[in-house]
Design a protein around this ligand. Structure first.
Ligand code: BF8
Ligand code: SF4
Length: 632
C-alpha cells in the first residue's frame, strides 16, 4: 500500500523505499497506531517502581497513582522533565562551543575569532573592562563569564540572563522569583524535584518549567549563538539553494547533520582543501550539503545548500547519492545506519555521547579538529569510489532561498533607511498597518502533520494578512522548500501593505528584487536572535514584549527542545501556538494555567490548534487584540 508522504521531493524516494523494501519513519509510525492515549495526555507516571501508574482522564479508572499522585502532579512532573531534556540539549550545545572557544584561546584548537565586533559587543554587555587588554584576554574573560553560569553557587542571576534579557521582562522575572543563577543547578533541581516523593504541587512545578525555559533561553540558545557568531561570523543575507535536488550525482556528496558548527565548519573547510583528491577518484568535486540545524548554521554563514529537514534525514539516504552523512548531536534518528546499509553510504558519528550501532565513530575533539575533519572527508571520498555503478535517484526539486537574517543583518538594511533610528521604519509600518504583525515560526517537521502542509498553509494565510514571518530550525527548511523565502513569494503571497514594505526594503538593501516575506534567522539556537529582535522593538517602543502585535508558533512540534524554547517564549510574554498538543491535556490545572492564567502573569499563553486555517485565524485575532490595546 502506498504510504502517505510529505511533499513532492520526497515522494519519489518514499516510492523507492517501498520498491526496495526499506522501512522509513512513515512505515514505523503506521505500525505504532494507535499510540498510547495515556502517554499523549501526559498521565502515565514511571517515576518509581510501584508504577507505572496511569490516570484515567475520564474518571472511570484510577484517579491517583499508587503513591497518591494526581493527574495534575503527574502531568506537570512529566512536562518539567521534557523541558529538562530540551534545556540540557541546548546548554550542552552551548558548553561544547564555549569549551572549544577556550581551547582556541589557549592555542590548543585550530579556530579563530571571526567577528571582533560581536566579541566587543558581548564583552561590553557583560561589563568587562577593556583597558589595554588584548582581544585574547577579553575573549578569555567572556568565556569565563559563560562558564560561571554553569558553576556559580552565590544565587546571583546568570551573566547571560543579565546580558541578553530584555529590561522589563528581567524585572518581571525578578518579581516572580525566576532569576536563575546556574543552569546546571537548575537542571539538577528540576530532576530532583520531579523524582518520586518531592514536588507534588502542580503550580510550583509549572513555575519550575518557566525557570528551565529561562535556562534554555539564556544559558543555551543565547550563549551558543553569541559564541558561534564570535568564532564563525555573524550571518549576513545571501541566497542559497534548497531541497533534495541540491545533491549532485557526479560529486562526492557529504551531508552534515546535527547542530554544532564546531564540527561542520571544519568538515566544510577540509572538503574544499581535499577537492583535488576527490577529483583524482573521478568525482567532479565535493558537494557539502546541510541537513536540519547544522544545515541552517552552514547556510547562514557559508551559503551551503540546505538539503533537507529532520524528516528528510533518512529520506536523503534513499537517493543512494550520499557518500557520507556526518552527525554530531541531537535529532539524529538511529534508523539512518539501517538505511545507509542498503547503499554505500557511510554514517559517521563524532560525539562520545552519540553513538549509533552500525555507524563508524570518529571522536571529534576540537584539539585535533584538522586531522579528524581530514580523515572524515577522506572516508567520504573512499565511499564515493564504492558508489561507482550504483543507481542514484536525486529528486529534481530545488529552489532558491534568502537566508542570513541575523539581527545585525536586518539592522544593516534598516540603517540604510534611517541611520540614526533604524527601528523607526519598522515601527512606522507596524503603526500604519502595512506590517500588521509578526510571527516567529520555529521548530520541527512533524511526521504526524507534514502531509497536511500545516506550516506552509499557516504561513500563506498570515502573509496574506500582512503578517511578516521570521523562522528558524527545520521550519526554515520547510518554508524554503515551499519557496516562501524567495523574493518571488512577496508578490505571490503578501497582502498589499507587506508587499510595499518588502519592496522598499529590497531597494534599501541594494537589490533589484523585494526581500522575501519569510526571513530565515537560523537554527533552533538562533531563536535567541528572534528574542533579541523582539526585545529591541519593545524597548524602542517602551513596552513589554507581551504588548507587541506578535506571536510564536511551533506548527509541527516534535522535540523536547521545542517545549523548552516554547516555555521561554511563554516567559517572554508571547502567545505560543503549538501543534500537536503538548502532553498536558490530562491535567486540568496545567491546561488552564498554560492556556489561560499565565497570560495574567507573564503575558504569555499557549494555544493549541491543529487546523492550519483556524490556527492562523487565532493568531490574527491575538494580533488584532494587541494592536487595539496599543491604540493602533
Ligand atoms: O534543533 S527543528 S527536528 S534539527 S529540534 Fe531537531 Fe526540531 Fe529540526 Fe534542530 Ni530544532
Ligand atoms: Fe506511580 Fe507515584 Fe510511582 Fe509515579 S511516583 S509511578 S504515580 S507510585
Amino acid at each position: 500500500m502506498a504510504m502517505k508522504t510529505f511533499d513532492r521531493s520526497t515522494q519519489v524516494l518514499i516510492d523507492r523505499a517501498e520498491v526496495l523494501g526499506i522501512e522509513t519513519g512513515i512505515h514505523r509510525l503506521e505500525s505504532q497506531q494507535p499510540q498510547c492515549g495515556f502517554g499523549q495526555l501526559g498521565t502515565c507516571c514511571r517515576m518509581c517502581y510501584m508504577g507505572p501508574c496511569r490516570i484515567d482522564p475520564f474518571g472511570e479508572g484510577a484517579t491517583k497513582g499508587v503513591c497518591g499522585a494526581t493527574a495534575d502532579t503527574i502531568v506537570c512532573r512529566n512536562l518539567l522533565r521534557e523541558e529538562v531534556g530540551g534545556a540540557s540539549s541546548h546548554v550542552g550545545h552551548a558548553r561544547h562551543v564555549v569549551l572549544a572557544f577556550k581551547k582556541m584561546l589557549e592555542g590548543k584548537a585550530p579556530y579563530s575569532i571571526s567577528d571582533r565586533n560581536k566579541l566587543v559587543e558581548v564583552a561590553s554587555g557583560l561589563g568587562i573592562k577593556f583597558d589595554g587588554k588584548s582581544d585574547k584576554e577579553i575573549a578569555t574573560e567572556v568565556a569565563d563569564k559563560a562558564l560561571e553560569d554553569l558553576s556559580r553557587q552565590d544565587g546571583e542571576p546568570m551573566n547571560w540572563l543579565k546580558l541578553r534579557a530584555p529590561k522589563r521582562e528581567f524585572e518581571m522575572w525578578g518579581n516572580l522569583g525566576l532569576l536563575v543563577s546556574n543552569a546546571h543547578n537548575e537542571i539538577e533541581e528540576a530532576m530532583h524535584r520531579t523524582s518520586m516523593g518531592n514536588d507534588a504541587d502542580p503550580i510550583n512545578l509549572l513555575l519550575s518549567c518557566l525557570r528551565i525555559g529561562l535556562v534554555d533561553g539564556y544559558a543555551g540558545l543565547s550563549m551558543a549563538t553569541d559564541f558561534q557568531d564570535i568564532m564563525f561570523g555573524t550571518p549576513q543575507v545571501r541566497t542559497v539553494e534548497v531541497n533534495l535536488g541540491v545533491l549532485e550525482k557526479d560529486k562526492v556528496n557529504i551531508a552534515l547533520h546535527g547542530h554544532s558548527p564546531v564540527l561542520s565548519e571544519k568538515i566544510l573547510e577540509w572538503a574544499s582543501k581535499l577537492e583535488d583528491e576527490a577529483k583524482k577518484t573521478g568525482a567532479q568535486g565535493i558537494n557539502v550539503v546541510g541537513v536540519c540545524c547544522t544545515g541552517n548554521e552552514l547556510t547562514m554563514r557559508r551559503g551551503v545548500p540546505m538539503a533537507g529537514h529532520n524528516l528528510q534525514s533518512e529520506i536523503i539516504l534513499l537517493t543512494g547519492a550520499v557518500d557520507a552523512m556526518i552527525v554530531d548531536m541531537q535529532c539524529i534518528w538511529p534508523s539512518v545506519t539501517k538505511i545507509a546499509e542498503c547503499f554505500h553510504t557511510k554514517i559517521v558519528t563524532t560525539e562520545p555521547f552519540v553513538k549509533i550501532p552500525g555507524a563508524t565513530h570518529v571522536s571529534f575533539e576540537p584539539e585535533h579538529a584538522d586531522e579528524e575533519a581530514k580523515k572524515i572527508v577522506r572516508m567520504a571520498i573512499d565511499a564515493f569510489k564504492e558508489r561507482k555503478g550504483e543507481d542514484v535517484v536525486i529528486p529534481k526539486e530545488k529552489s532558491v532561498a534568502f537566508v542570513g537574517f541575523s539581527v545585525e543583518a536586518i539592522l544593516d538594511v534598516l540603517k540604510k533607511i534611517d541611520s540614526s533610528d533604524p527601528l523607526k521604519p519598522v515601527i512606522d509600518n507596524i503603526v500604519s498597518g502595512n506590517i500588521y504583525g509578526a510571527v516567529g515560526f520555529v521548530g520541527c517537521p512533524s511526521i504526524k502533520l507534514r502531509d497536511t502542509a500545516m506550516t506552509e498553509k499557516m504561513a500563506k494565510e498570515l502573509l496574506k494578512n500582512n503578517v511578516l514571518i521570521v523562522t528558524t530550525g527545520c521550519t526554515a527548511h520547510i518554508c524554503a522548500q515551499a519557496e516562501l523565502m524567495d523574493s518571488t513569494a512577496t508578490d505571490k503571497y503578501c497582502g498589499e501593505g507587506l508587499k510595499a514594505v518588502l519592496h522598499a526594503l529590497g531597494k534599501a538593501a541594494g537589490l533589484d528584487v523585494p526581500l522575501p516575506p519569510v526571513w530565515h534567522m537560523g537554527s533552533c539556537v538562533d531563536n535567541a536572535r528572534i528574542a533579541t529582535l523582539l526585545g529591541a522593538l519593545a524597548n524602542r517602543l517602551g513596552v513589554k514584549i507581551s504588548q507587541l502585535p506578535v506571536a510564536g508558533s511551533a506548527p509541527e512540534l516534535v522535540q523536547e527542545k521545542a517545549i523548552s524554547i516554547g516555555t521561554w517564549f511563554l516567559a517572554l510574554g508571547l502567545l505560543v501556538h503549538i501543534a500537536p498538543s503538548p502532553r498536558i491535556l490530562g491535567s486540568p490545572v496545567a491546561t488552564k494555567v498554560l492556556t489561560q492564567d499565565l497570560e495574567g502573569i507573564t503575558g504569555g499563553r499557549a494555544y493549541v490548534e491543529l487546523d492550519p486555517e483556524k490556527a492562523a485565524a487565532g493568531i490574527l485575532a491575538h494580533i488584532a487584540q494587541k494592536r487595539k490595546a496599543l491604540g493602533i
